[in-house]
Design a protein around this ligand. Structure first.
Ligand SMILES: NC(=O)c1ccc[n+]([C@@H]2O[C@H](COP(=O)([O-])OP(=O)(O)OC[C@H]3O[C@@H](n4cnc5c(N)ncnc54)[C@H](OP(=O)(O)O)[C@@H]3O)[C@@H](O)[C@H]2O)c1
Length: 241
């Protein structure tokens, strides 16, 4: 795709930017001129993303944040660093997530339960808490989107841990959006549906991945909700091929 400048001067934090849907979203925002703050644990993959963004014609590349979202206090420090350097944040893509074990509810270990809550729920709330003041400094207004799943509302046996985490995420994001219905913030949820990523392959090992939409297709569908002219807020947007 040709590089454009419609998001020049705009700043986007993308969690889970090392692979899958988050990486594709980071690239597509960078293709439109946004500066990307790319968060994930895998430094090598973040460095490859940085190289790809430089190759798009952004000589400064991305700002890489190699950290574990379960380190919640680090998210406060991240907010402080963004404030000190830029004084605002235009886009927040709360994409990172973990699947946890596909197992009966009674077999979920406390460790797995806590990890699902820490990464899929608490980290997103801590980001909201840390970054809301910065999103409110964005012009015309900050845009936030959080990646959920149909598992949030479907009753899928053995998917209990993941389902409860996405249901909790949807609940807190909808309330935050309602609280901001009269502000310039645009806050939405996105359900990508089955997408050709590592997480999907782990969840559905027998499936033919070539039949699934790519992360690039899914990211392109999400993009309008991150643009400055996004008019909707408080919605759950579902990918359609
Ligand atoms: N793929 C699907 O079919 C599907 C369907 C519905 C919803 N979703 C949702 O879509 C989102 C993206 O999923 P995906 O399919 O792209 O998954 P993926 O390929 O497994 O990528 C997950 C991303 O999250 C990051 N991540 C995971 N745990 C982290 C942690 N503790 N700290 C920081 N980063 C962490 C990973 O980076 P590191 O490992 O480098 O940290 C990676 O960049 C998730 O929220 C998922 O629940 C996916």
């Amino acid at each position: 795709m040709a590089v454009t400048s419609e998001l020049a001067g705009q700043l986007a934090l993308v969690t889970g930017a090392s692979r899958g849907i988050g990486r594709a979203t980071a690239i597509q925002l960078a293709q439109r001129g946004a500066h990307i703050i790319a968060l994930a644990r895998t430094s090598g993959a973040l460095e490859e993303l940085d190289d790809e963004i430089k190759a798009l014609g952004q000589p400064d590349g991305a700002t890489l944040v190699p950290l574990d979202l379960a380190d919640h206090d680090a998210l406060d420090r991240l907010g402080r660093s963004i404030y000190d350097r830029w004084g605002k944040l235009d886009m927040l893509v709360g994409n990172a997530g973990i699947l946890g074990p596909i197992t009966p509810v009674s077999h979920i270990t406390p460790k797995n339960w806590d990890a699902l809550l820490a990464v899929n729920v608490t980290a997103n709330w801590r980001l909201i808490r840390s970054l809301e003041p910065l999103l409110k400094q964005a012009k015309p207004g900050g845009r936030a989107i959080f990646v959920s799943s149909s598992a949030a509302t479907k009753t899928k046996p053995y998917w209990g841990g993941y389902s409860m985490s996405k249901a909790a995420l949807e609940s807190i994001v909808k309330v935050w959006a309602a609280e901001n219905s009269t502000t310039a913030l645009r806050i939405n949820l996105f359900n990508p549906g089955g997408t050709r990523t590592e997480m999907r392959a782990a969840a559905m090992p027998g499936e033919d991945p070539s039949q699934l939409p790519t992360p690039e297709q899914v990211a392109a569908f999400m993009l309008p909700y991150l643009m400055p002219d996004c008019a909707v807020s408080g919605e759950l947007i579902t990918f359609k091929a």
